[in-house]
Structure formats: structure tokens, C-alpha cells
Design a protein around this ligand. Structure first.
Ligand SMILES: C[S@@+](CC[C@H](N)C(=O)[O-])C[C@H]1O[C@@H](n2cnc3c(N)ncnc32)[C@H](O)[C@@H]1O
Length: 272
């Protein structure tokens, strides 16, 4: 069990590595100057060498999440909750004018975010937002209380980000998580998430990657057939896109063709 938890936690090294790799392009679609501090070349080689891995989803969802936060903060939202935060660096890098008045609650399994912060701070990084770490298991019932105790105000709108998380939770836990956070969302709250499509599990090109994940004890567990319908079922006015539909998403600039390689992933947003 401990090994499985560690395996899932270590997937955040891969996401940092993929954000690091994006910085090598002349015009990165996602700018993350801290990513290189949170991974090794070995992490990049490990994940980059996996055929069928939805690598570009990390950069696509990262840019989408950034824009969702910018816009929500621009209309007055002051609470950001990142579920499964891992190597996310938004609390440090989204230095918008209002950042000092925004609280960024970063929820992950015990030890994960503090370990990241030790590295970032050792390199002189300081949060731009008010950062609050919440160490909790999102599959256990206590996380909403922990979030409340950390200072999130349930009566004020919240930005919820669930990036690279739902893949690793069983379907009933994904439903329970969405049900719970939706019930905690005041009017004006927004959500952005990515999740595997059910087609990911059926596509021959995914087989090697799914086997790799299972062998290292961090299997993908959930696929969603209709992300729009799923989110709408929890009361969100939702939009959902496959990567080659993201040019229709008015929140982000059209992604470059080199990133349109993860066709079995949903990118979804919602507002209450
Ligand atoms: C693939 S990483 C994604 C990290 C980050 N959101 C990103 O996009 O870079 C998945 C993260 O979800 C966290 N996670 C997985 N299961 C969790 C659970 N039951 N409770 C809390 N966090 C969890 C892991 O520890 C890990 O940091």
C-alpha cells in the first residue's frame, strides 16, 4: 500500500519534467520557470520514453488552468484550491497584481507539497499568493474539514483545479470527490480538470502505457465517456474539449499543432 501511494505521488515528478521540457520551445505554451527544480533528466527520460502516454495533456491543462485562475481572480474570486497539487507551481509563478490577496490551498497526500516547497524555497522562490498547504487523502472523508480548518470560506466563490488527479482515483471516488466539492462551491465558483476518456482504455496505442502504469503500481483507474454530461450532472455549467477541439475554447489561445497529440483526454471547465 505504501509503495502504491509513493508510486502515485511520484507521478508529479513526471508532470514537472514535461513542463520543464516545454520551456525549451521558443514560445512555450505554458511558462513554468520552476519546473526544472522539481524533476530530473531521468524523470523526463522515463515518462518521455513511454509510447502512448498523453504527454502533451500536462502542458495543455496547465495553460487552461492558468487562464481559468487569471479570469476568476480578475472578477474577484480570491480562493484557489488545487486538488492533487504535487509539483504545481502556480502559488509561486502566477504573480498577478491581486496575488497577495488570493489564497491558494494546495491539497495533496501528506509530505508531498512540503517536500516541493523545501526545494523551491532553497532556490529562493517565494509564493506570490498566500499559500496554504492541506495534507489530506482525497479518497478519505476528512479533506473538506481540513480545507475548512485551513481557512477556505465555503460562502465565497472558489477556483477548483483537478489536474492529473482523477486518472488515479477509482470511478466511485471521482464521483464522490466531484459531488463533495460541488456541494462546497458558492455561486461564481469555477472548476477546471482533465481526465481520461473511456476511449483511452480501449485504444490499442494506449496498451503499453497502461501496462507500464500498472506494473509500477500507479494504474489509471477512471475513464469518462462524456465529461460535459458528467460535470453538468453535478450542477456545473460545463464545457468539455478533446485536444483537437481546444481551438474552440475561448479561455486559451489555440494550442500549437505539436501539442495536439493526446486525443483520449478530456479538458473540462465549469462555472456555478
Ligand atoms: C500526476 S500528479 C499531478 C500533480 C499536479 N496536479 C500537476 O498537474 O502537475 C498527481 C498528484 O495527485 C496526488 N494524489 C493522488 N491521489 C491522491 C489522493 N488520494 N489524495 C490526495 N492527493 C492525491 C499525487 O500525490 C500527485 O501529487
Amino acid at each position: 500500500m505504501i509503495n502504491e501511494i509513493r508510486s502515485v505521488m511520484s507521478t508529479s515528478n513526471w508532470t514537472a519534467a514535461l513542463r520543464m521540457a516545454e520551456q525549451q520551445y521558443p514560445h512555450p505554451y505554458l511558462v513554468d520557470p520552476f519546473a526544472e527544480l522539481l524533476c530530473s533528466e531521468g524523470d523526463l527520460a522515463e515518462i518521455g520514453g513511454q509510447p502512448g502516454a498523453p504527454l502533451s495533456s500536462v502542458v495543455l491543462r496547465g495553460r487552461l488552468g492558468d487562464e481559468v485562475v487569471w479570469r476568476a481572480v480578475g472578477r474577484g474570486v480570491r480562493q484557489v484550491v488545487i486538488l492533487g497539487a504535487g509539483s504545481d507551481t502556480r502559488a509561486y509563478r502566477l504573480a498577478m497584481p491581486e496575488a497577495a490577496s488570493v489564497t491558494c490551498f494546495e491539497v495533496d497526500l501528506p509530505g508531498q507539497v512540503p517536500a516541493r516547497d523545501v526545494v523551491l524555497r532553497a532556490h529562493g522562490a517565494r509564493p506570490a499568493m498566500r499559500q496554504t498547504v492541506v495534507e489530506a487523502d482525497l479518497c478519505a472523508p476528512g479533506w473538506p474539514d481540513a480545507l475548512r480548518a485551513a481557512g477556505r470560506d465555503p460562502d465565497r466563490a472558489t477556483v477548483w483545479l483537478l489536474e492529473g488527479l482523477l486518472y488515479y482515483l477509482p470511478p466511485e471516488r471521482c464521483d464522490a470527490l466531484l459531488d463533495t466539492l460541488s456541494g462546497l462551491s458558492a455561486p461564481g465558483s469555477v472548476i477546471a480538470l482533465d481526465v481520461a476518456r473511456t476511449s483511452f482504455f480501449e485504444a490499442p496505442e494506449s496498451r503499453d502505457y497502461l501496462d507500464f502504469l500498472t506494473a509500477r503500481r500507479s494504474p489509471y483507474l477512471t475513464g469518462i465517456a462524456d465529461a460535459h454530461g458528467w460535470l453538468a450532472g453535478f450542477g456545473w455549467k460545463a464545457d468539455a474539449y478533446q485536444c483537437d477541439q481546444l481551438d474552440l475554447c475561448e479561455l486559451i489561445p489555440p494550442p500549437p499543432a505539436r501539442l495536439l497529440t493526446c486525443r483520449h483526454i478530456w479538458f473540462a471547465t465549469g462555472i456555478r
